[in-house]
Write a protein that binds this ligand. Structure first.
Ligand SMILES: Cc1ncc(COP(=O)(O)O)c(C=O)c1O
Length: 497
């Protein structure tokens, strides 16, 4: 272990904070096997002495690694390398460093590149087999893959129109259909010319701050909120301003008084991620009035509004916007499947050209064949039928989870009301170590995500009203698996007593 300490080289004065450098060094050592599962980490004072850094620097690094599941234990009482690494996207890339990264004299990354690495390291992208309670995952068992395969095969009978480059904005017939669908289902005011098809909504969330904000500009984000939206803001050197949410959604008055200088707002008004509330009309109008007055952009991420189990979906925020401040972002990841990587943004007219140029620079255009298949899927009525069927199925799955929360888990968990989406936020009935619950759940084959994952405590100051808890996904597994998962979760919670 002392060899490891000696191998750590921190750069005081670099743009990346010392604790982040230390965190990265320890994580790299764990992922490459230099620090083995079960190994005890040195006491913080050893690191302080050897590296000439403050104890707080070491504590911050340890706490981040504990929160992300690389370490186990408690700072001060012994900290160990976890025997099971968290399943996250960076595991593969870091465990097999490229020859360039290994070379002694290899050129380094830019500050921007380092920031990307840092922000991606904050997010987990599930790539393994779905387990009970996985969040934000549609029920792939309900998707009509046969129909999709048949439509795709039919498209390939004529290949001439698929082999070259296509329109950066996306397949025109698809954009026409989307404009009609969004108008009818969400009240979105737009024509096809305002829609750009993106590679997942993630690409829209990346391109928008890149084009609309300069480094140092401020943006409000819901807190807790979606890391997929926060990471591109951090990568773009934007000042991320956490605005708390309550039963009415984003606290606009808080944002306006604490961050009046913000130039952009990211919001999930239909179904807040992760807490699940719907933004009230009063708050929506207040947000639009503030954005108009401040000449700020509002990104409305309407990722899962198809799934409301009591009544029709609410009209979008964009439909209330009279001033052209709102950019509407949507995804096919929830309503179809995430591997499709199709999303879209609906832009005020003035933004269409600049965003098209940015999209062209990034990837010329999104893959054309899935767009064509989706066009047929929509035009032939499969899309509408799938939404109807899956909505019914997910309502049953949500009811199964609510039943389990009302019976099996009644004494342990409480849940906030939610009438939509693919996930349900729950809180502990008594004080618990959220990360310990998540880790014990994983060890028992139950996939849990702590609510503090969305609070990013290592990047942003914790909101005053934040309550720890779990986000439980219900849409991707059967009712029977939900009941079994609830029984397993109860066992986990009892064992941790
Ligand atoms: C709030 C939110 N927006 C968007 C998405 C979808 O992202 P993508 O379209 O890149 O798959 C998700 C997926 O989990 C989400 O939770």
């Amino acid at each position: 272990m002392s060899l490891f300490i000696q191998s750590v080289q921190l750069k005081p004065g670099a743009k990346t904070a010392l604790f982040r450098q230390l965190y990265a060094a320890i994580k790299q050592a764990i992922l490459t096997g230099a620090l083995q599962p079960g190994m005890q980490l040195p006491p913080t004072r050893d690191f302080c002495r050897a590296l000439a850094v403050s104890r707080q620097t070491v504590l911050n690094a340890y706490e981040l690694l504990l929160a992300e599941g690389y370490l186990l234990g408690e700072v001060g009482k012994g900290t160990y390398v976890h025997h099971q690494l968290p399943a996250c996207s960076e595991t593969k890339s870091l465990s097999a460093p490229s020859p360039v990264a290994q070379g002694e004299n290899a050129p380094g990354l830019s500050q921007r590149g380092l920031r990307y690495a840092d922000t991606v390291g904050q997010s987990h992208v599930h790539q393994d087999k779905t387990r009970v309670f996985r969040v934000s995952m549609p029920g792939l068992d309900a998707f009509p893959f046969d129909t999709w395969a048949r439509l795709e095969a039919r498209r390939w009978r004529h290949h001439e129109d698929k082999l070259g480059y296509s329109d950066s904005a996306g397949y025109q017939p698809l954009r026409e259909l989307l404009a009609v669908y969004l108008k009818a289902s969400r009240g979105v005011n737009c024509h096809a010319g305002q829609i750009i098809i993106t590679s997942g909504s993630q690409q829209a969330l990346y391109l928008l701050p890149t084009v609309l904000l300069d480094p140092g500009d401020a943006a409000w984000v819901e807190y807790p909120g979606y890391r997929g939206a926060i990471a591109p803001l951090l990568a773009a050197q934007v000042e991320v301003c956490p605005v708390p949410v309550d039963v009415d959604g984003l606290d606009v008055a808080y944002g306006a008084s604490h961050y009046p200088h913000a130039k952009l707002v990211y919001v999930t008004p239909s179904h807040q991620l992760p807490l699940g509330m719907t933004m009230s009309l009063q708050r929506r109008l207040a947000l639009l009035a503030w954005a108009k007055q401040q000449r700020a952009w509002v990104i409305e991420d309407d990722y899962d509004s198809e799934y409301r189990y009591n009544g029709a979906p609410l009209a979008s925020l964009q439909s209330l916007d009279q001033s052209g401040n709102v950019i509407y972002v949507g995804t096919l990841s929830k309503v179809l499947f995430p591997g499709l990587r199709l999303g879209y943004m609906v832009l005020p007219e003035a933004l269409v050209q600049p965003m098209l140029q940015a999209k062209t620079i990034v990837d010329k255009h999104t893959g054309i064949v899935p767009q064509m298949v989706l066009t047929d899927f929509m035009a032939e009525g499969h899309f509408g039928r799938h939404i109807k069927r899956s909505r019914k199925l997910y309502a049953q799955r949500q009811a199964a989870l609510l039943h389990a929360l009302d019976t099996t888990l009644k004494d342990e968990l409480s849940c906030a009301a939610s009438d939509g989406g693919l996930d349900l936020a729950v809180h502990f009935r008594r004080e618990r170590d959220e990360q310990a619950v998540v880790q014990a759940g994983l060890a028992a084959g139950i996939e849990l995500r702590g609510l503090s994952y969305y609070a990013m405590p290592t990047v942003l100051p914790a909101p005053a009203n934040f309550l720890p808890g779990l986000l439980l996904g219900f849409s991707s597994v059967t009712e029977k698996e939900i009941a079994q998962g609830a029984a397993g979760l109860l066992q986990v919670l009892r064992t941790l007593k």
